[in-house]
Design a protein. Structure first.
Length: 161
């Protein structure tokens, strides 16, 4: 599932990536107890557990498309696997970008300096322009939502409108 050794970092993943990713997801889902046989309800249950639409789950397990970047973590949690495995399998990152057994310490990096979403994309080795922009937009949205929630929580504690 690795990129061809001569592939440029800005090239899209190989055509087989989605197909191979679908095979991996089917294996993990089956191991996690999801019966993906048509009519058995496993796809519906997997869609509910991951927060994805049934059609998106179907396209993913059939090897037609890859999930959105913001869906990888929940998929990994539901399928009881490491998100790193999914990101590498989908060719979002290389094995070298996140060596096995290494847990990126995003929190300490944030606490040490106010890094930008772009810096985090660089640190995670996200080079594909579409995936990179989706990740950056997701981070920016999460920051705005958290700030709004913090403001609302603070107002509720002080009784301010």
């Amino acid at each position: 599932m690795e990129r061809h050794p001569t592939a440029r970092p800005d090239e899209p993943p190989s055509r087989n990536t989605a197909k191979e990713f679908g095979i991996l997801i089917r294996q993990l889902a089956t191991a996690a107890g999801y019966d993906l046989t048509p009519g058995k309800g496993g796809r519906i249950a997997l869609a509910r557990a991951t927060g994805m639409s049934e059609s998106a789950v179907g396209r993913m397990i059939n090897g037609v498309t890859l999930p959105m970047p913001n869906q990888f973590e929940q998929i990994a949690k539901v399928l009881k696997t490491d998100v790193r495995n999914l990101l590498v399998a989908a060719e979002v990152i290389s094995r070298e970008a996140w060596p096995e057994g290494v847990i990126p310490d995003v929190r300490s990096a944030t606490e040490q300096s106010q890094q930008s979403p772009e810096a985090f994309a660089d640190a995670w080795g996200i080079t594909d322009p579409v995936i990179r922009q989706t990740m950056i937009a997701s981070i920016e949205l999460a920051i705005r939502l958290q700030r709004a929630q913090d403001t609302e929580h603070s107002s509720a504690q002080t009784g301010a409108p």
